[in-house]
Design a protein around this ligand. Structure first.
Ligand code: EPU
Length: 356
């Protein structure tokens, strides 16, 4: 077990924020983690699990021991009558896994192509895009309890998935409800994730951007590969590539309001982008709310609002060696956006990434 000291994290978070980990261990196999947990010194130390760093905002040097997940391995686990059960390691790249499943002839993840980050981080925020969420294809995951070293398996119900939410985002905070206190935040490392990809595949096409591609290509029944290509093209056109411009994807969740609240906002702003949900609530496009408050292109220091998608905050620093945005600048900008959207619409936007 090698504990690296004072490790620069700039290349390990997709915002490319400059910060250091006081100590970092790379976990390539689960026994390396078990070795650490039985060690009398490291056992008691606070720990932070780091995947691809694509959903994290670093506001300073990281004092907890950083556990960098590097467990890999994609495979077909078994076939049931209805599905291929496929598995990837927590440290595998999500996008590489999507590509691998399609190459192997197991479609189902194509709508979630090009989402940055690792497979292990994907269930934490129940990633989703273009009408499909991770929970729609999820089978089970194996995780390790960071206190005891025990490995346990959770099914979808046990993960308590919600919109950009799961049991891994809750636990112990003073304001949390009793249910949330039972959460696993900071208490487990996701080692492997399994997905059930249906043998009878049906494309998921409802999303406006996908429908536009169908019209453009005069195609009414696209293949999974076709959808994969379209999703990659759509994302490349409107979302910044983290390898080029630091970002963590959507910075806020799309808020949900009651039909009455929505009617009130429509009365003031008829153009508000909104979607009626199956449970009777209405989801508003946070990007539109921020955009209509005039935030596109605005900056605080080197942190800025992306010109093509107001829901995305970016690091306008001069690349990996440049000064770049600090976590403080990003959070100052985020709070100013929250205040302005609240003052105009009475809605408090919830920050989506994990702030450390
Ligand atoms: N819009 C604006 N101005 C903006 C941004 C958006 O008017 O600056 C409008 C768009 O025109 C569109 C609507 O808002 O009518 C929604 O925008 P978009 O289709 O880009 O999707 P989104 O709701 O902003 C969500 C996810 C994305 C996911 C896309 C596609 C969340 C928080 N974000 O974004 O996920 O890729 O849908 O499914 O739910 C992520 O979570 O990091 C992420 C990128």
């Amino acid at each position: 077990m090698l504990v690296e000291k004072n490790v620069p994290l700039q290349s390990l978070n997709t915002f490319h924020i400059v910060a250091k980990a006081h100590a970092l261990v790379r976990i390539r196999q689960e026994d390396e983690l078990q070795e650490l947990i039985v060690d009398p010194h490291w056992r008691k130390v606070a720990k932070l699990v780091l995947g691809g760093g694509s959903n994290i905002v670093l506001t300073g040097d990281v004092k907890p021991l950083v556990l960098k997940v590097e467990i890999r391995g994609m495979r077909l686990v078994r076939e049931s009558a209805k599905a291929f059960i496929v598995e990837a390691g927590g440290g595998d790249s999500w996008h590489d896994f999507v590509v691998w499943t399609l190459e192997q002839g197991y479609p189902g993840l194509e709508n979630m192509a090009l989402i940055p980050g690792t497979v292990g981080a994907a269930p934490v925020q129940n990633i989703g895009a273009y009408g499909v969420e991770l929970q729609d294809r999820f089978d089970a995951l194996d995780a390790m309890d960071l206190e005891t070293g025990q490995i346990f398996t959770l099914n979808a119900a046990q993960c308590a998935f919600g919109y950009r939410d799961s049991i891994f985002k809750h636990g112990g905070a003073p304001g949390d409800s009793a249910h949330q206190r039972l959460g696993l935040k900071g208490r487990a490392m996701i080692l492997r994730v399994r997905f059930a990809l249906p043998k009878v595949w049906k494309p998921v096409l409802g999303y406006a951007d996908i429908e536009r591609k169908m019209t453009e290509h005069a195609c009414t029944s696209p293949s999974a590969m076709q959808i994969f290509d379209w999703v990659c093209a759509i994302r490349r056109a409107k979302l910044p590539d983290p390898a080029v411009i630091g970002n963590v994807g959507s910075f806020f969740k799309n808020p949900t309001v009651s039909p009455e609240q929505c009617a009130d906002i429509i009365a003031r702003d008829p153009k508000v982008v909104h979607y009626h949900m199956d449970d009777g609530t209405v989801k508003l496009a946070a990007g539109w709310l921020i955009d209509s408050c005039g935030w596109k292109g605005k900056t605080v220091g080197h942190a800025g609002v992306y010109e093509k998608q107001a829901l995305v905050l970016v690091n306008k620093g001069a690349g990996v060696d440049g000064a770049g945005a600090t976590g403080g600048e990003v959070m100052t900008l985020a709070r100013a956006i929250q205040t302005s959207v609240y003052e105009r619409f009475g809605i408090l936007l919830e920050i989506e990434p994990v702030v450390v």
